[in-house]
Ligand binder design. Sequence first.
Ligand code: ADP
Ligand code: GN1
Ligand code: MG
Length: 371
Amino acid sequence: MAEASPIQIAEVIANFQYNGRLVRGCAYGNGHINDTYLLVFEIAGMGRIKVILQRMNKDVFANPVMLMENVMGVTAHLRQKIIEKGGDPERETLNVISAYNGKPYYRDSYGDYWRSYKYITDTTCYDLVEKPEHFFQSALAFGNFQCMLADYPAESLHETIEGFHDTKSRFAVFKKSVEEDTLGRASLAKEEIRFVLEREDVANYFSDLQAKGELPLRVTHNDTKLNNVMIDNKTGKAICVIDLDTVMPGLAMNDFGDSIRFGASTAAEDEKDLSKVSCSMDLYELYVKGFIEGCAGRLTEQEIDLLPMGAKVMTFECGMRFLTDYLQGDRYFKIHREGHNLDRCRTQFKLVADMEQKWNTMQEIVQKYKK
Ligand code: ADP
Ligand code: GN1
Ligand code: MG
């Protein structure tokens, strides 16, 4: 999507229920999907207030109105749970700021959809684990998130992205993009393409079990990157899970796995020096412990046994998605340099290969925390 112009952004700001004088506005965060801005308002006599403004990616989310229905429903549910536990719903879940038309979004004159959240103060989200305790905290938070949504009416959720973690279908799309090779990039990624094609069984693993009706479908987050959880600057606790665009029925193992592929990696997702990339078993173990604890006894024995598979499948799927996007001309994930998606897929495949080496250890660790 082309960048929003200052005139477009001004129109949007004028249409949200903000108070005070705008003193600052800038692009914000490291998300790959939406355009995020931080706005600072000065309210006479009350000081400065920050808010988040986001343009939803309409190429990725076909129906932003339904998406916001999900967000409103899920945040209302979480708010109730947080209040019952004596928590602070202003900081522990996202809070939507309405537009003047009363809706939780604004459609601008260019046809783009925007939404706004209260800024969660005194927190940080990390792109790499700086302190292992943060990663443990994020595991508790994502486990707890699933737990709080265990009684959410799953049938009321819209599927915001069809087949989001249907790895089997994604494999088929990948194969097609290799065959079509519309940009002639396949010759630049021969090794990576071979890596994927050799692992069709990984792509099919959960789909096959699901087809047999063996896996429970839960309300899951589906995008459990470390930078989708806000860590309190003072206490170091993970206080709020954000980026609720993909909350949909899904598999517990995938929420676990997506966190591992990002947070247990010893390097950034787009690191070019692959010698720096591996899956840390210390971080993996911390996350296993935290996630099982956060899920508070809700995971079945089979789900716990399949956690390592979740890590492998999600890492493989994400690498395959980056590679597909590279082959199709970088239309989905935001890129900041040429070959960015190719670099990203390489780190994911390096992680998958490393997990294959460490497979027995990964299984043993999980068994250690199975009650
Ligand atoms: P994307 O889907 O593009 O990843 P996110 O919703 O994750 O978009 O937002 C991108 C970044 O913006 C986050 O990683 C975080 O740094 C910041 N952010 C989003 N919502 C808030 C919020 N309510 N308070 C503080 N920071 C936020
Ligand atoms: C995207 O939105 P963000 O940046 O938190 C993507 C995830 C990928 C991730 C890879 C809606 O997450 O599925 O795993 O990039 N989100 C969507 O970093 O596609
Ligand atoms: Mg995000």
